[in-house]
Design a protein around this ligand. Structure first.
Ligand code: NAD
Length: 496
């Protein structure tokens, strides 16, 4: 199913069945979006754009507030579906994914009325200049499977708040909640074609969307490898691109840190969403004097985490997205083990009461005894796996934190203001938390440095992606003469 032009529409691509990666139960059966479906969605968005761009910010704001209320009314259903299609725990979906998405709608409902620019002023003789911040047109967005509803929210709300229309392609694995979002949007009065959601695979539907000449900007969240392909496709047609890519977040613990707070932060920050989170804590860089205490406590906490049926309120950690992904995670850990790393806890596929052989569970894992060349230090694993490495001095800690091609998020744990400020300034990442790891806030920008991409989601900064700025100059000269034109009109000058 897809939502095109405000209507639920069956796709015309091959049939696809999505099963819960935890229990194997069928969650969705539908036909994937084909290039023809992409074409229909882009046509709807292109036809809706002239009308939508001329709505007032106030009208757009009202609709976004109504959409937030509509989503809130279906919050329980959204949480259940998000949990079923991804394998994440129902508590995570209920307390994080769904309210986070609704909050984002409310933020952009307010922000729509606060688009900023330079004040009108006279910069040129006898004139007033002002700027207009205008929408761009049809946006194509491509989202990953890890936080389907939140990714849809982050892409759709700023785009439509700014007056653009959008076609969002969700991952074929996790279409349900993004489709409900589009359906609720239609119910609360968004004009047909403003918000279109299609579910399809990357090579067929994704590429068709990015390559479509009517799509003036692609906003992509996903892996760095695919992000680079998307950038090439956008370059070929000279269109804008916004990339939110992978991460390998450092988690730096100085010797003056509260070790208990840091250990709890590391466990929650590395296990959130089964570690399938681009900002997850993945590399703990810990002062040697507290390294063993930290690792011991992390191990205790990881061993206490309850793994099980995502639908069970008692479950702390559900399954990964698929058995194939679980096997990829397991293989990376097995290679580290074979290379001599110490697996302090986890490193196994746990048997659970609710699971089958194909259930995508993986145990929380702490790895030590590796060097900076190790695969587990360098590569994004996207599973519940934390590696830890000791350091001796502050310069080395910062160097290790920056020893990655990625730069999405990081945290530093210290009770010293000077160290906190140094870490905030010197760690190369789009977000540095101090004594925290994970909070992402609608009012604040989210986006990468280095190979983690460029451009911002969330916050007023996202409008820099979804708008273009026009200079309007109004001449107030009392007569036909303009001084600068004397360059051209020599005879006029001589006459004068
Ligand atoms: P992915 O790159 O495999 O896929 C992402 C999306 O791109 C999917 O919708 C997929 O269908 C589509 N796609 C794949 N090939 C395509 C192509 N050739 N043309 C157009 N679209 C194509 O990523 P994933 O496995 O779904 O998600 C995990 C990745 O996403 C991780 O690397 C993670 O770090 C990243 N991520 C980043 C952020 C962020 O904010 N920076 C947030 C969440 C996830």
């Amino acid at each position: 199913m897809h939502v095109i032009n405000g209507q639920r529409t069956p796709g015309t691509g091959p049939e696809f069945v999505r099963r819960s990666p935890a229990t194997g139960a069928e969650v969705a059966r539908y036909r994937l979006a084909s290039p023809a479906d992409v074409d229909a969605a882009v046509t709807a968005a292109a036809e809706a754009f002239p009308g939508w761009k001329n709505t007032t910010p106030g009208e757009r704001s009202d609709l976004l507030f109504a959409l937030a209320a509509g989503l809130e009314a279906r919050a329980a259903e959204l949480a259940e579906l998000e949990s079923a299609q991804t394998g994440k725990s129902i508590r995570l979906a209920t307390e994080f994914d769904v309210p986070g998405s609704i909050d984002n709608a409310r933020f952009f409902a307010g922000a729509a009325r606060q688009l900023t620019g330079l004040a009108a002023c006279s910069y040129w003789p006898n004139s007033t200049s002002m700027t207009r911040r205008e929408p761009i047109g049809v946006i194509g967005s491509i989202a990953p499977w890890n936080y389907p509803l939140q990714m849809a929210a982050w892409k759709i709300f700023p785009a439509v708040a700014a007056g653009n229309t959008i076609v969002l392609k969700t991952s074929e694995l996790t279409p349900g909640t993004s489709l409900i979002l589009a359906e609720v949007a239609a119910e609360v009065g968004f004009p047909p074609g403003v918000i279109n959601v299609i579910a399809g695979d990357g090579q067929s539907a994704g590429e068709a969307l990015v390559r479509d000449e009517r799509v003036v900007m692609t906003s992509f969240t996903g892996s760095t490898a695919v992000g680079r392909k998307v950038m090439e496709m956008c370059a070929a047609k000279g269109a804008r691109v916004h990339l939110e890519l992978g991460g390998k977040a450092p988690f730096v613990v100085f010797d003056d840190a509260d070790v208990e707070a840091a250990a709890r932060g590391a466990v929650a920050g590395s296990l959130i969403n089964g570690g399938q989170d681009c900002t997850a804590a993945t590399r703990a860089i810990v002062h040697r004097s507290i390294f063993e205490d930290f690792c011991t406590r992390v191990t205790e906490l990881m061993n206490g985490v309850i793994i099980g049926d995502p639908a069970d309120e008692a479950t702390d950690l559900g399954s990964l997205i698929s058995a194939e992904h679980r096997d990829r995670v397991a293989a990376v850990v097995d290679r580290a083990r074979a290379a001599g790393a110490q697996i302090r806890c986890g490193g196994t596929i746990p048997a659970t009461a609710s699971g089958t052989e194909d259930s995508a569970y993986y145990a929380p894992t702490l790895i030590t005894g590796i060097g900076t060349g190790a695969e587990v230090w360098r590569e994004e694993i996207f599973g519940p796996v934390l590696v830890a490495m000791p350091f001796d001095d502050e310069d080395e800690a910062i160097e290790l934190a920056n020893d990655t091609v990625y730069g999405l998020a990081a945290s530093a744990w210290t009770t010293t203001t000077r160290r906190a400020l140094r870490a905030a300034a010197e760690i190369e990442a789009g977000c540095v938390w101090i004594n925290e790891h994970i909070p992402i806030i609608s009012e604040m920008p989210h986006g990468g440095y280095k190979a983690s991409g460029f451009g911002k989601d969330m916050s007023q900064y996202s409008f820099d992606e979804y708008t273009q700025v026009k200079h309007v100059l109004i001449d107030e000269s009392p007569d036909a003469h303009r001084e600068w034109q004397d360059i051209i009109f020599t005879t006029d000058k001589e006459r004068a």
